[in-house]
Design a protein around this ligand. Structure first.
Ligand code: FAD
Length: 382
């Protein structure tokens, strides 16, 4: 008989899908509850560094991701106006050799679909928006917006920046609007063929207060993607995105290099997202509830490591449950926080400052990390 605790994961985003898959693999009876009725392929890309690809290896989808993604040989940083190179960070073969896995860029929707497919479909529940959670000491009772309820021994809040589980632990508090937005657009590479310009596989164009990050999101290089960081003092559209326009992009990137102008000219649809943050949380878990990913450390996306931190959290949480024994889940949660807090908070800070790889630097503390091999730090006793 399985004596492992039953676990409910709230949210099937990238962090929730990762923790659900790893728990199910380890034999935990795990249900995943997602508020969305279904997922769509939203126009966005994502970087997956070697630190994340090692978790994908464990989940069993590394090869498929390697086949699906673009494999840049370098991360280039360039001056937005002159095009001068500010950094050339070796990836490609160098990353595989030095950091133990590939560095790829993919379509976020393709990645998400692949990850959700690794979950037991019989234990994945869509259209289940958690509205209340009651940890009564012996069990946790979950209540959903559709009037149904369920219960579990342990509950993982992987429910993103507006987490209900975070609110339960720490009280209601909206995330902070950072004062920056991100524009996102996918461009068909066919359109770029008309230009006598070099569209590099992974390049960030910088100026004083803004940037545009650009990369392919498919291995066949048919879809090119940009995501920006642009100051916008006020945001009055809640936490979701709105439509932007080519004209707005032209205004925001006036004077930028011809490659950037070409990308804007080729833009058909562009969306604009508020960038939200929180300061590091004092509490990551209490009794039978524990947080991961954006639920506990949302950040500006300027290091391209937000989902990476959620996925690393997922792997560390499962590792700690296995290490300590899930009957001692409170110690396991304490060990998990002790081994994630410092790294996630450091990544939050560097993302906030937007300095990552702007100039040549050694990225091995991020890319070389292996969540399964990292020696475990014991929690400090007070
Ligand atoms: P989410 O992905 O937000 O998932 C939370 C899930 O919970 C959602 O599916 C939501 O519907 C569900 N949910 C919420 N509330 C409830 C509820 N009450 N009941 C049930 N379900 C609920 N990261 C990278 O690593 N690399 C990048 O290149 C990168 N680029 C980015 C670009 C932009 C513009 C932005 C905004 C972010 C970027 N990130 C990137 C960051 C990354 O998107 C997030 O850090 C990551 O999605 C966090 O994963 P998560 O699973 O914690 O939360």
């Amino acid at each position: 008989m399985n004596d492992k605790p039953t676990i409910a994961v709230i949210g099937a985003g990238l962090g929730g899908a990762a923790v659900g898959a790893l728990l199910q693999q380890a034999g935990y009876p795990t249900k995943v509850f997602e508020q969305a009725p279904t997922f769509s392929r939203l126009g966005a890309g994502i970087h997956l560094g070697p630190n994340v690809m090692k978790v994908m290896r464990r989940i069993g989808i590394e090869d498929r991701l390697n086949a699906m993604g673009s494999h840049p040989d370098f991360w280039f940083s360039r001056d937005g106006m002159t095009g001068d190179y500010q950094s050339r960070i070796p990836l490609g073969e160098f990353a595989r050799r030095e950091y133990g896995a590939a560095y790829i860029t993919v379509h976020r929707g393709d990645l998400h679909a692949l990850m959700v497919d690794t979950l037991d479909p019989a234990q994945l529940y869509f259209d289940k928006r958690l509205v209340d959670v009651d940890d009564n000491g012996d069990k946790v009772v979950l209540r959903f917006a559709d009037g149904t309820s369920d219960e579990a021994d342990l509950v993982i809040g992987a429910d993103g920046v507006n987490s209900r589980i975070r609110e339960k632990l720490l009280g209601p508090e909206a995330p902070t609007y950072s004062g920056w937005v991100a524009h996102r657009a996918i461009i068909s590479a066919d359109k770029l063929a008309a230009y006598d310009l070099d569209f590099e596989a992974c390049v960030k164009w910088w100026s004083e207060d803004r940037h545009m990050m650009v990369y392919f999101v498919t291995g066949d290089e048919k879809e090119y993607y940009y995501v920006t960081g642009v100051p916008e003092p006020e945001w009055n559209h809640g936490t979701s995105f709105i439509d932007s326009s080519r004209e707005e992009m032209r205004e925001a990137f006036k004077g930028y290099h011809p490659v950037v102008q070409a990308l804007i000219d080729c833009t058909e649809k562009v969306t604009k997202w508020p960038l939200l943050e929180r300061n590091p949380l004092p509490l990551w878990h209490e009794n039978r509830l524990v947080l991961l990913g954006d639920a506990c450390h949302p950040m500006k996306p300027h290091m391209a490591q937000g989902a990476a931190m959620a996925i690393e959290d997922a792997a560390m949480l499962v590792r700690c449950l296995e290490e300590v024994g899930s009957d001692r889940y409170q110690q396991a949660f304490e060990l998990y926080k002790a081994n994630r807090f410092e790294r996630a908070s450091r990544v939050q800070k560097v993302s906030h400052d937007n300095t990552w790889l702007r100039h040549d630097e050694d990225p091995s503390w991020v890319f070389g990390y292996d969540v399964f091999e990292e020696p475990l730090k014991q929690p400090q006793t007070t």
